[in-house]
Design a protein. Structure first.
Length: 190
């Protein structure tokens, strides 16, 4: 790929990285196309070429965060020893390893999404996908679904600053959630 074409292909990620930096520094209200353009070293038109509005930029940020989350959970469906994990246990493992990784970005992105509820459509799809997979694996809603809602509550509580559980206490919480998730995991029963 030619250098100029390569730079053009990389621009959406550069813009999203810049938007993350603006969110961290300035919060959701400070997330503007002008601020992102300045952070990325691009013109406003350069940003608008890829994301035609702040709403489109926020939706892309949510989509990127969810893509990383999907990938992380999928990677946890195989344990360190090569054993297959249920979806519920994979979610527990992923969140246990990554829950505190980017609280500030999660909080700012949640606030930005509140200004544009359509940006939450991908998140709602993510939740629906997981609940469908859990229900199919469990023959209805069971321990895995309950575990998923507990994880969502912990993650949202952290993102919103509703609780300040020290990271070292999360290990005990997630160990308990893993035991609950194992109740409907055929591999764990064997």
């Amino acid at each position: 790929m030619q250098p100029k074409r390569q730079r053009l292909a990389e621009r959406p990620e550069i813009i999203l990285d810049a938007a993350d930096a603006v969110l961290l520094r300035n919060g959701a209200r400070g997330l503007t196309i002008d601020a992102v353009a300045a952070e990325a070293g691009l013109s406003k038109g350069g940003v608008l070429h890829h994301y035609n509005s702040k709403d489109a930029l926020v939706a892309a940020l949510v989509a990127r965060k969810l893509a990383k989350l999907r990938t992380g959970i999928a990677e946890c469906e195989v344990s360190e020893t090569g054993e297959r994990r249920s979806l519920a246990r994979a979610m527990v493992a992923h969140f246990q390893q990554n829950l505190c990784a980017d609280d500030e970005i999660s909080r700012a992105l949640l606030v930005a999404s509140i200004e544009n509820p359509a940006a939450l459509a991908d998140y709602n799809g993510f939740v629906a996908e997981r609940l469908d997979r859990l229900a199919a694996a469990e023959g209805g809603f069971g321990a895995g679904s309950v575990t998923f809602f507990a994880i969502l509550g912990i993650a949202m509580g952290r993102a919103l600053g509703l609780h300040d559980i020290p990271p070292e206490q999360f290990d005990a919480v997630f160990s308990a959630l893993d035991r609950i998730a194992a109740l409907d995991d055929p591999a764990a029963k064997a």
